[in-house]
Design a protein around this ligand. Structure first.
Ligand code: 5AD
Ligand code: SF4
Length: 444
């Protein structure tokens, strides 16, 4: 029951979709312990910042935010500030030493301990738990849904990562890979469907290496199929996949089920086999291109997206040209593109020199971004005249007379509202496009 004594928590999230999902788990743990979540920061007794460590600039943003929030403490002395997630895990007690206004530090596997940590804080202490766990999946927790859209939701199905890509901090902040009990995943998806949700995204740092081995075996393709079978009106997506685990079986499972979306986010990071080896990605350019060819053979209209890093240690102009040529060969629909940022303790920080000058990193990144803009536009132009099934997510950003939603390939589609509403599936014929959006008319 919420009364005047119920403390209110405002959760601010940075970083990846996993972090958004984790914030919903944190919300659920706290509401089970007599706290309430609020979306109004001015009403909060506790502000939790769920943080990301993937690049240095992600951490710098959080540092600035802490400075801003600390000022609120002058006006509201009882306000408590907690730093949770990857940055809490990476920096541990160092963060308490450096940030005097922070009261709580909790790593990604310590969220069940947050209510106890809060008790210590109420008693005037500062509190920290950054223990990583080999088992924690929060499998029994029903997340509170913080996203107001109520049509699509994230379901976290596995945690951690032990691939040790040489640039990446995640194995250090999120610990060992572990899969969540499939029964709890399927139940969560079914409940969401019954509540009116029409799309779930199964999440994991390395989602396609999901594998459950207790009381019966379940692989990722099996799980995907089980979730898809809940109802044909429930769309299923997943992220993020590692290329090494994109099996033929997984590709065929996607091809076989109309409600498993034809969209694969398959981060390649670089087009150069030499750089991929230094990155410890466990595949080379040829192998990756073969996987893409197999995807295109079985799912000809599959939406494809990637992550790219420019300026990794020792990257030459020739390596960079290989990245650009791979992007052209795949013809990605979308990409997340970054400059390499050295992270403490990673294999690359220990073994290689961060030797590509900042201007060169920036110039290469700009070329990657320019090329992707061109590829996205080309891909959208190919869709002119085609009809797609769109799941309506709400009004378009620009007008309440237009609705927007995504097609199976994950492209944003905008069309006149007529009598359609959020949650409807609508057949939309595409008449125009920009690099980012398809624009059409409903035909059903
Ligand atoms: N520097 C730049 N980008 C990085 N990524 C991961 N680590 C780094 C780093 N040290 C990118 C990768 C990954 C995405 C989530 O972030 O492209 O797929
Ligand atoms: Fe950032 Fe990676 Fe942690 Fe997600 S898992 S919050 S991307 S460091």
């Amino acid at each position: 029951m919420i009364d005047n004594n119920t403390k209110k928590i405002y959760i601010e999230t940075y970083g990846c979709q996993m972090n958004f999902s984790d914030s919903e788990i944190v919300g659920s743990i706290m509401t089970d312990h007599n706290y309430a979540t609020t979306d109004k920061i001015e009403l909060a007794d506790i502000i939790l910042i769920n943080t990301c460590s993937i690049r240095d600039n992600a951490e710098q943003r959080v540092r600035k935010r802490i400075t801003v929030l600390a000022k609120l403490k002058n006006k509201q002395p009882n306000l408590k500030i907690g730093i949770i997630g990857c940055m809490a895990e990476r920096l541990k007690s160092q963060l308490l030493e450096e940030e005097k206004d922070v009261d709580i530090i909790a790593g990604p596997d310590a969220y069940r301990d947050l209510p106890q940590l809060m008790n210590s804080v109420e008693n005037g202490q500062r509190a920290i738990n950054v223990l990583l766990s080999a088992e924690e999946t929060y499998g029994d927790i029903r997340p509170v849904r913080l996203d107001p859209n109520k049509i699509s939701a994230f379901i976290s199905i596995m945690r951690g990562c032990q691939n040790f890509c040489s640039y990446c901090v995640v194995p250090f902040t999120r610990g060992k890979e572990r899969s969540r009990n499939p029964e709890t995943i399927i139940n969560e998806a079914r409940e969401l469907f019954e509540l009116g949700y029409r799309e779930v995204t199964l999440l994991g740092q390395n989602v396609n290496s999901y594998n459950w081995n207790e009381n019966g075996q379940m692989s990722f393709p099996d799980l995907l199929q089980k979730v898809a079978e809940i109802n044909p009106l429930l769309r299923v997506r997943f992220a993020t996949s590692h290329p090494k685990d994109i099996s033929d079986e997984l590709i065929q499972t996607i091809a076989k089920h109309p409600n498993i979306c034809n969209n694969i986010h398959l981060p390649v990071q670089s087009g150069s086999s030499r750089i991929l080896k230094l990155m410890n990605r466990k595949y080379d350019r040829e192998w990756y291109l073969e996987r893409i060819a197999t995807i295109k053979k079985h799912i000809p209209d599959c939406g494809l997206s990637t992550d790219m890093i420019s300026g990794f240690c020792s990257e030459t102009e020739e390596d960079h040209q290989q990245t650009l040529s791979l992007m052209e060969a795949v013809a990605y629909d979308y990409a997340f593109m970054f400059k390499y940022s050295e992270r403490p303790d990673t294999l690359a920080a220990k073994k290689f020199r961060d030797d590509v000058p900042e201007e060169v990193k920036s110039k290469r990144l700009a070329e990657i971004i320019d090329l992707q803009r061109k590829l996205s536009h080309q891909s959208n132009k190919k869709d002119l005249g085609l009809t797609f099934e769109v799941l309506v997510e709400g009004f378009s950003k620009k007008s309440d007379e237009q609705l927007s939603g995504r097609n199976s390939q994950n492209k944003m589609v905008v069309f006149p509202k007529m009598n359609y509403k959020k949650g409807d599936y609508v057949q939309v014929k595409i008449g125009r496009c920009t690099a980012a959006t398809l624009i059409g008319e409903a035909i059903s």
